[in-house]
Write a protein that binds this ligand. Structure first.
Ligand code: CP
Length: 305
C-alpha cells in the first residue's frame, strides 16, 4: 500500500506519470468520470483549508467517487481527546483513501502506521505539503515547459512555509536548478531543508533579505504568506507580516518570462493589481492542483482508465 507523506515518496518518473495523467484529464475529463465509482475519499482536516480540502473533494467527485470527512478538529472526536491513531483506525473502515491535514508535524506519518488504506499528507504543521508541490510542478510544467535549469526565488516565510519545504525537496532533484532564498532573518529556511536538500546536494543558492535586489535574476518567483498561525506571539507576526509586498512596480524589475506562483491564501504579499499581469500564475495553479490530486488518487488506489 502506498502513501504520500513526503514529496520524495514519489520518484521523478512517477511525478512524470502523474503529470501525463493530469494533462490527459485536462484534455478529456469525460474519460475519467467513473474511474473511482464506489470508492470513498475521507478528508480529515484538523486545520483550516479552502483549496486543498475542496480540490481533493472536487477531484474525487470528478472521478465518480464519494467523499466524507470533517473540516475542523472541533467537530470531530479529537475535541474529546481521541488520538490520531484511533481516528485513523476507525476511518480506515469507512473510506478507501484518506487525505489528512494536521497542525502537528509528523501526524500523517503516525496516521500511515495505523491505517489500512492509503494516507495522503495534506499539510502537517510547518513541515511539508506534498500535494501543493504536485500543483506547483504541473504549473511549472505548463508555464515554463521544463524543470531543469531554473532559478527559483522563494520569498516570505521560509521558516514555517511547508509548501516551500516540499517544493525545494522536489526541485532539488533536477539538473541546473538554483535557489534564491528571500526572507527576513527570523523567517529563514530551516536547516532540516537547507542542509539536506541544498547544501549536501551542492545546489547553488543565494540568500537575501531584499526582493528588489534579486527579482531580476529569477525564472520563477514563489511568494508565500507569513504563517500567522505558527507564531508564538502576535507582536512578531505584526512586525514581519508585510516584509515583502509584490507590486506592479516591482514586477517591472522582473524578466518578461518570469512567472509568479503562490500556494495561496494570499493576505497582503501580492498586490491585487499584479493579478492582471500575464506572469501571475497563482489562480491557474489552484486548478492544476485539482488535476494532480485526481491523478494521485488514481495512482494510490491503483486505478487506470
Ligand atoms: N495552498 C493551500 O494549502 O491552501 P489551503 O490552506 O486553502 O488548503
Amino acid at each position: 500500500m502506498r502513501n504520500l507523506i513526503n514529496i520524495l515518496d514519489l520518484s521523478v518518473e512517477e511525478l512524470d506519470e502523474l503529470i501525463a495523467v493530469a494533462d490527459d484529464i485536462l484534455e478529456d475529463p469525460d474519460k475519467y468520470r467513473e474511474v473511482c465509482k464506489s470508492k470513498i475519499l475521507a478528508t480529515l482536516f484538523y486545520e483550516p483549508s479552502t483549496r486543498t480540502r475542496l480540490s481533493f473533494e472536487s477531484a474525487m467527485l470528478s472521478l465518480g467517487g464519494q467523499v466524507l470527512g470533517f473540516s475542523e478538529a472541533s467537530s470531530s472526536s479529537a475535541a474529546k481527546g481521541e488520538s490520531v491513531a484511533d481516528t485513523i483506525a476507525i476511518v480506515s473502515g469507512y473510506a478507501d483513501i484518506i487525505a489528512m491535514r494536521h497542525p502537528k508535524e509528523g501526524a500523517p506519518l503516525v496516521a500511515a502506521r495505523h491505517a489500512r488504506v492509503p494516507i495522503i499528507n495534506a499539510g502537517d504543521g510547518g513541515h511539508y505539503h506534498p500535494t501543493q508541490t504536485l500543483a506547483d510542478l504541473l504549473t511549472i510544467h505548463h508555464e515554463k515547459g521544463r524543470f531543469d535549469h531554473l532559478t527559483i526565488g522563494l520569498c516570505g516565510d521560509l521558516k514555517f512555509g511547508r509548501t516551500v519545504h516540499s517544493l525545494i525537496e522536489a526541485m532539488s532533484r533536477y539538473e541546473g536548478v538554483k535557489f534564491v532564498l528571500i526572507s527576513p532573518e527570523e523567517l529563514k529556511l530551516p536547516s532540516f531543508v537547507k542542509q539536506e536538500y541544498i547544501k549536501d546536494k551542492k545546489i547553488p543558492y543565494v540568500q537575501s533579505t531584499s526582493l528588489d535586489e534579486v527579482i531580476g535574476t529569477l525564472d520563477i518567483l514563489y511568494m508565500t504568506r507569513v504563517q500567522k498561525e505558527r507564531f508564538f506571539n502576535e507582536e512578531d507576526y505584526v512586525r514581519l507580516k508585510d516584509s515583502y509586498i509584490l507590486t506592479t512596480e516591482k514586477m517591472k524589475l522582473a524578466r518578461e518570462d518570469m512567472i509568479v506562483m503562490h500556494p495561496l491564501p494570499r493576505v497582503n504579499e501580492i498586490s491585487t493589481a499584479v493579478d492582471d499581469d500575464p506572469r501571475a500564475c497563482y489562480f491557474r495553479q489552484t486548478y492544476y492542483g485539482k488535476l494532480m490530486r485526481m491523478a494521485l488518487i488514481m495512482k494510490l488506489l491503483d486505478l487506470k482508465v
